[in-house]
Design a protein around this ligand. Structure first.
Ligand code: PMP
Ligand code: GLN
Length: 383
C-alpha cells in the first residue's frame, strides 16, 4: 500500500485521550470542554430536531439565515471593518477543520510553498502536503511564541502561495497585536501570497486584551481567509460547525472545494446556531467567554502555584503551557505518558506541534474544564 502520508500516525489528541481512558487519568489533553453548550442552544437543537421539513440538505454555502446572523455578529464585533456579505463572503463548514482543509485544497498547487509558524496545529502540515504543497516551517520562539519577523522574511519568496497564522494560538495562547498584523502586512505586501488566519479561539482573550482579526487589517483583508469554530464558541466541539470568512473571489474558490468535500453542513445544527445568534443581539455569550475562561486559567494557575511547575504566560485560548524540569529531564512525550500513568493526569507534549518533533520540555494542559475537574487534576499534579 502506498501511503500519501507515511510518517503520519494517529493524532496526539486521540492518542492522549485513549491513554486517559485506559489509565483513568483526568483528561486535560485533547482540547474540549467537560461541560455542555448553553441550555438555550441545546433547546434550540431539540426544537429543530423535532421540526418537520428541516432535515434535508442545507444550501451548499450554508443556511442563509445562519450566514446572515454571522454577518450581523461579525459587523458588530469588527466594527472597524466592512461587514461581510452573507451571500458571497461567508461559507459554513464542518468545523474549522473542514474550513482549513477547504482553503488549503482551494489555494495550494503542487510545488507551492506554505509558511507555517511552529508550534502549529497538527492539521496544517499534512493538509498542505496532500495538495502537493511544501510546508516552510518557521519557529515561534518560547516562552512568548511571538513571530520572529526576520525569520519569516527569510522564508518568503515568489514560491510562497500562502502563510498560515493562528491567533489566539494553540498551544501557547499568544495573541496577535495591531503591530503584529502591520508587520505581517509589510512582509506580505511585497508578495502575492494569501493569508489563512485560524481564529477559532477569537473570543478567548484575557487581561483586557482584544482579539484582532486578519480581516480588521485593511491591507490584509483582501488576501485573507479567516476561520472560526462554533465548537469553541459554544462549548460544542462535537457539533463540528464553523465558518470561513473571505472576500467573494476567495470564498468562491473555497466553495468549489467545499461542495465536493461535504457539500453542506447538518441542517438542524445550522438552524439551532442561527436561533442562538439571533436571540443574542448584544453578543452577551461571545463577549462573556473572555471572563469565563480567564477565571479558569486563573484558578488552574493558582492551584499549581509554588508546586515546581514553570507556568508560561497565557494571553488567550484554552491551554496552559508548563515546563517541568523541576521534576524531570525526560522528553516531553515520555513525561506526558508518566503523568497519565503515574499521576493520573493526561496532557499533550508540545513536541507534537513540530514537524520534526522539536522538544523544549513543555507540556500543554487544557483548562476548559469544570472547577472541580481542575481542582482534582491540580491536587494530583501537586502530589
Ligand atoms: N484550529 C485550531 C487552532 C484548533 O485548536 C482546532 C481544534 N481545537 C481547530 C482548528 C479545529 O476546530 P474544529 O473542532 O471546529 O474543527
Ligand atoms: N484542537 C484540539 C486540541 O488542540 C483537538 C482537536 C482534535 O482532536 N482534532 O486539543
Amino acid at each position: 500500500l502506498l501511503s500519501k502520508l507515511p510518517d503520519v500516525g494517529v493524532s496526539i489528541f486521540s492518542q492522549m485521550t485513549l491513554l486517559a481512558q485506559e489509565t483513568g487519568a483526568i483528561n486535560l489533553a485533547q482540547g474540549f470542554p467537560d461541560y455542555d453548550p448553553p441550555q438555550e442552544l441545546l433547546q434550540a437543537l431539540a426544537r429543530r430536531a423535532c421540526m418537520p421539513g428541516q432535515h434535508q440538505y442545507a444550501p451548499m454555502p450554508g443556511l442563509p439565515r445562519l450566514r446572515e446572523a454571522i454577518a450581523a455578529q461579525v459587523a458588530r464585533l469588527h466594527a472597524d471593518a466592512p461587514a461581510p456579505d452573507p451571500a458571497t463572503e461567508i461559507t459554513i463548514t464542518a468545523g474549522a477543520t473542514e474550513g482549513l482543509y477547504a482553503v488549503l485544497a482551494a489555494v495550494v498547487r503542487p510545488g507551492d510553498e506554505v509558511v507555517v509558524l511552529e508550534p502549529a496545529y497538527d492539521l496544517y502540515g499534512p493538509a498542505i502536503r496532500l495538495q502537493g504543497g511544501v510546508p516552510r516551517y518557521v519557529r515561534l520562539p518560547a516562552p512568548h511564541f511571538r513571530p520572529d519577523w526576520d525569520a519569516l522574511r527569510r522564508v518568503l519568496s515568489t514560491r510562497t502561495r500562502l502563510v498560515i497564522v493562528n491567533t489566539p494560538h494553540n498551544p501557547s495562547g499568544a495573541v496577535f497585536s495591531a503591530e503584529d498584523w502591520a508587520e505581517l502586512y509589510r512582509l506580505l505586501a511585497r508578495t502575492d501570497a494569501f493569508l489563512l488566519s485560524d481564529e477559532v479561539y477569537e473570543h478567548l482573550v484575557f487581561d483586557g486584551l482584544r482579539h484582532l482579526s486578519a480581516r480588521q487589517h485593511e491591507g490584509l483583508r483582501e488576501r485573507s481567509f479567516v476561520i472560526s469554530s462554533f465548537g469553541k464558541t459554544y462549548h460544542a466541539t462535537g457539533w463540528k460547525a464553523g465558518y470561513c470568512l473571505a472576500p467573494p473571489a476567495l470564498s468562491a474558490e473555497v466553495r468549489r472545494v467545499h461542495q465536493f468535500l461535504t457539500f453542506s453542513v447538518s441542517t438542524p445544527t445550522q438552524h439551532a446556531l442561527a436561533d442562538a445568534l439571533e436571540a443574542d443581539p448584544t453578543d452577551a455569550h461571545a463577549l462573556g467567554l473572555a471572563a469565563f475562561y480567564q477565571a479558569k486559567r486563573d484558578q488552574f494557575r493558582e492551584l499549581l502555584a509554588d508546586a515546581g511547575w514553570d507556568l508560561l504566560a497565557v494571553p488567550g485560548g484554552y491551554f496552559q503551557l508548563a515546563r517541568y524540569q523541576a521534576f524531570s529531564r525526560a522528553a516531553d512525550l515520555e513525561f506526558a505518558q508518566y503523568l497519565a500513568r503515574e499521576k493520573g493526569v493526561a496532557v499533550v507534549p508540545v513536541s507534537a506541534f513540530y514537524h520534526d518533533g522539536y522538544d523544549e520540555g513543555i507540556i500543554r494542559f487544557c483548562f476548559a474544564k469544570q472547577p472541580a475537574t481542575l481542582a482534582a487534576a491540580a491536587s494530583r499534579l501537586r502530589s
